[in-house]
Design a protein around this ligand. Structure first.
Ligand code: ZN
Length: 242
């Protein structure tokens, strides 16, 4: 099941990259080289005893016996987006120094605007952490719960008087918009509070984090709650127009 790895390539132009990565398999091969530059490892247990299947996509850990793809444990893991699209997005984002709008990214790589938003956020996270490793569960939940928690928080605020909502009202209102896991709803014994409530509170207490929606200017931190900003209202209008 062993195979030789292709060498890592660097690209000087978009055309060069697209020629070198003509299809999804080529993108998988390319990313495999980047991710395993120090050797193959299991994303579940860290073992370096890894077997490769002849489909060139599936690997199996010799210790924990789990099968996995190269996307497992990375920011690319829980999405249906192909690695080729992700690589195109990385190229486009890094070549637009002033940033690229999700609408533009959506057009350029042929995905919906929602998908482009998701990709931009994940790639920003990767840029900040300088790694393709997936956010830890807590971080992932806070920013990406169902991909959209903060967006729905903004939507709820946008229809409130003065665009304001208390944190407790937001905790009550959000579950009608996002799908919660049992784990999220279960009360945390030590806090007498659910994991989900804590995630919503973190929207406020983690406002200094660059990916936070208050930090980004979509909402304001007001006493006891949140208030949507002009930028937040514009976002809601654009994002939820369909
Ligand atoms: Zn393992």
């Amino acid at each position: 099941m062993e195979r030789s790895a292709p060498t890592k390539q660097h690209f000087n132009s978009l055309i060069q990259m697209m020629k070198a990565i003509p299809d999804e398999q080529a993108a998988i091969d390319h990313f495999t080289v980047i991710r395993w530059k120090h050797g193959a490892f299991c994303p579940q247990c860290g073992s370096t005893k890894v077997y490769h299947f002849s489909d060139r996509r599936t690997h199996k850990c010799g210790d924990c016996r789990k099968r996995f793809s190269i996307k497992v444990g990375t920011i690319f893991e829980d999405s249906k987006i192909g690695l080729r699209e992700w690589m195109l997005a990385v190229w486009l984002i890094t070549s637009h120094k002033k940033g690229i709008a999700s609408t533009q990214l959506a057009k350029d790589i042929g995905v919906t605007q929602k998908t482009a938003w998701f990709m931009l956020h994940r790639l920003r996270y990767a840029a900040q952490t300088k790694s393709f490793n997936r956010p830890l569960d807590g971080e992932a939940d806070e920013t990406f719960i169902g991909g959209d928690l903060w967006k729905y928080a903004l939507l709820i605020m946008s229809v409130r008087t003065n665009g304001e909502i208390s944190t407790s009202d937001l905790i009550e209102a959000l579950p009608s918009y996002v799908k919660l896991s049992d784990d999220h709803s279960t009360a945390n014994a030590s806090r007498k509070d659910s994991k989900f409530s804590q995630i919503v509170r973190n929207l406020k207490s983690h406002k200094a984090v660059k990916i936070n929606f208050i930090y980004q200017g979509y909402a304001q931190d007001v006493p006891g709650g949140f208030k949507i900003t002009r930028k937040g209202l514009d976002f809601v209008r654009e994002y939820f127009k369909n």
